[in-house]
Design a protein around this ligand. Sequence first.
Ligand code: NDP
Length: 329
Amino acid sequence: MAETTSAVRFEHHGDPDVLKMQDVELAPPTEGELQIQHEAIGVNYIDIYHRKGVYAPPLPLPAGLGMEGVGVVRAVGAGVDGFAVGDRVAYVGGPPDAYSQARNLPAARALKVPSDLTPELTAALIFKGLTVEYLIHRCRAISAGDTVLWHAAAGGVGTIACQWLSAKGVTVIGTASSAEKLEKAKVNGCTHPVNYRQTDFEACVEELTDGAGVDVVYDSVGADTFEKSLNCLRPRGTMVSFGEASGPVDPVAISTLGAKGSLYLTRPSIAHYTAQRSEYEAAAANLFQAIREGSVRAPEITTYALGDAAQAHTDMEARRTTGSVVLIP
Ligand code: NDP
């Protein structure tokens, strides 16, 4: 029997006010699915791209939103092994419908949550932590002694990156847009905080590395920073362009990578690095181990009620948030 639940829906791409809470039908879970009662929901920048319709391909409308949730299993579909009613699970991935009281989810995306993690902390850490996990181990293996440039170092992903990289003995040159944000990045392990609104970050990198350049740039800002970021790399360095908070990056001529020093360029997505169940589980185990060891710690968390999702988006887009943003249903 279908039940009714509350969920965020939008019928048009656009500004945050397109997001509306609605009563929606929730059918029993079908084969291979779990039904989850959400306890906490992570807000990620990809939700903003989905809402605006800038992420290719745009979601067919009307659509739900949200790629990260934590909650309790309340029904198990046919053919699902390893999960039972009452288990606390977290997930990263689609289809986007995490902004809801309850939902059905492919069981293949569910991860059991360690008993010492609260739902709110898990929602603050799982999507962003798994992003950092693949970016610094599998997209490009970073080791002690390496130097990286990380943009938006006080944001959700940036905070966890500063923590994890500093625990590995990596020098992090981190950018942010205000003194307050830079202070927070420093507390989280950023070695050299740089205000890229006031200072030329390319010149800073040159000075901080004695002209050598960094091993890797992690650039999620996109349009505003991409070109200068390429100039910050050492010969044979790697450009990891993993987001576009300021807008999409213009096409790059392959010859540019040669001229700037035989550079590597990748545009990775967490979807491709967690698609295989075995990789997804191993990445989660790596993240949970880093949390147990203290390499990854509780970030600053700002919570909003699920019904205030539009306000959460407004604040995130206005660059007012630091650390992780979590919705409480
Ligand atoms: P953040 O909390 O980091 O918020 C985005 C930050 O980007 C802002 O706080 C701001 O920091 C900075 N920024 C720079 N220019 C702009 C602009 N014009 N408008 C808005 N923000 C701007 O978000 P998340 O932690 O959720 O995500 C960080 C990035 O990582 C996003 O770009 C996201 O798409 C990407 N990402 C990519 C993944 C992947 O697998 N490819 C997975 C997860 C996230 P400041 O004010 O300091 O500049």
